[in-house]
Design a protein around this ligand. Structure first.
Ligand code: ZN
Length: 434
């Protein structure tokens, strides 16, 4: 897989910063882009035919669960990275609800090192609190020095407002966001799907949108008070989008991401699938009105990143009654195909805007440098198109777990390969020739 020199020939080079698409060849030498021009000749160098395809800076999913250390039967960093590659991602940020959690520097360094064997940069998000218990802050500056890119107790909210205040005061000194799983647990003691007409009809205990919105409102106030950066994980309701939009308009340091499933499916999927546990996730699938509001939030920049919340669970864990099943679905392999189907083809977003939500969007939130397709830049690239129609099957799953509601679904747009840190990964349908 190590390929230090390679010529990407004839692709449409997409620059999310300039907002341009230009047909050009991209020559990589020793892992660094040396030329971006038309008709480059480079005898002896491997060629990747990119005709009819696009090349953009490598994509990033800022919200995944890779389960290692501790739950390797669900996913390992190696299998998670394989899923990321198949999805066109050269970078992920992984959540700290592992066992042990990412609450000490040795765990941060272990995860980074595991990722270095693949072309996917694995950026750990460290815990806000020790043991994710919501009581005592972690050693944030030590974790940052080890390579943590943000702090979160995801899976659970930072429930204690005083802890959130102190976390934001420390993290702002380090220039890192606090990513909060927005949920006031007192408003959701035991729900399993969105609280609404469908949950009432089915008799399944619901999770109201209010549980998310109350916590976002609280965190906006604490952000305003401290100046710290609050990032809203997996936003799911229209009212939540409104809260973030209003806070941004008032200059408050708040950002938001949305998962692919939250603009694709509604709570009706629970009934339609006869209680499939593959449509049980946290936050739950909401309503058509919420999807419309999320699309508007993506269009107007209220939401700056699309993520997957890739949450692998083994079959034996998910093949139980709906109310007994764990929350979460895998998402890396289907992310772009759903973005193409739900956002690009219907005209909600242009290809450039969609790519921004996977490149400059998440990296700006995390304060990370954006890879450029320009001579002198380290080559960090994704090759894709936004038009190929394909059917997602079990064979497309590279994750160790198969918990997804999208098997058999039509996808629009396909990632064909990635290049990062002198490593090339190509889908079988794409050939490299010397
Ligand atoms: Zn969460």
């Amino acid at each position: 897989m190590k390929t230090s020199n390679v010529l990407f020939k004839g692709g449409q080079v997409l620059d999310p910063v300039a907002g341009t698409i230009t047909v050009a060849d991209v020559l990589v030498q020793d892992g660094v882009i040396s030329r971006v021009e038309s008709d480059i000749e480079a005898p002896g160098v491997d060629i990747v035919d990119c005709n009819g395809k696009m090349i953009s800076p490598g994509w990033m999913d800022m919200h995944v669960h890779f389960r290692e250390p501790g739950q390797e039967h669900k996913e390992t960093i190696a299998t998670g990275c394989a899923a990321a590659m198949a999805g066109g991602f050269t970078a992920v940020a992984c959540m700290p609800n592992t066992d042990p959690p990412i609450h000490t520097r040795d765990v941060v360094e272990f995860i980074i090192e595991r990722g270095e064997k693949t072309p996917v940069d694995v950026h750990p998000i460290a815990c806000v609190s020790r043991e994710r218990e919501g009581k005592e802050l972690t050693e944030m500056s030590d974790l940052t020095e080890g390579g943590a890119v943000a702090f979160s107790d995801d899976g659970d909210p930072v429930y204690d407002a005083g802890l959130m205040r102190r976390a934001l005061e420390y993290s702002s000194m380090l220039g890192k966001p606090i990513i909060n799983h927005m949920e006031d647990l007192s408003l959701n003691p035991h729900g399993h799907m969105h609280e609404g007409v469908v949950s009432t009809r089915l008799g399944v205990p619901g999770i109201p949108g209010l549980a998310e919105e109350v916590m976002i409102a609280r965190d906006i106030l604490i952000s305003e008070f401290t100046g710290g950066h609050v990032h809203v994980a997996h936003i799911s309701t229209g009212r939540a989008v409104d809260l973030v939009r209003d806070a941004k308009a008032r200059g408050i340091n708040v950002t938001a991401e949305v998962c692919t499933h939250h603009f694709t499916l509604t709570d009706q999927a629970v009934e339609d699938s006869s209680y499939s546990t593959a449509v049980k996730m946290h936050p739950p699938l909401r309503t058509d009105a919420d999807i419309l509001a999320i699309k508007e939030g993506l269009r107007d920049g209220t939401i700056q990143a699309i993520c997957t919340d890739h949450a692998p669970h083994a079959s034996f864990e998910k093949e139980v009654e709906f109310i007994a099943a764990p929350f979460g679905i895998i998402g890396l392999e289907t992310a772009w195909g759903l973005i193409g189907r739900e956002l690009i083809r219907p005209g909600v977003l242009s290809v450039i805007d969609a790519v921004r939500l996977l490149t400059t969007g998440p990296r700006d939130i995390l304060g990370m440098p954006n890879p450029a397709i320009a001579s002198g830049s380290p080559a960090n690239l994704t090759i894709f198109d936004a038009t190929t129609e394909w059917t997602f099957t079990e064979a497309d799953i590279k994750s160790k777990s198969h918990n997804t509601p999208f098997i058999g679904s039509t996808m629009v747009g396909r990632p064909f390969g990635i290049y990062n840190r002198e490593m090339l990964w190509l889908r079988e349908s794409v050939t490299a020739a010397a």
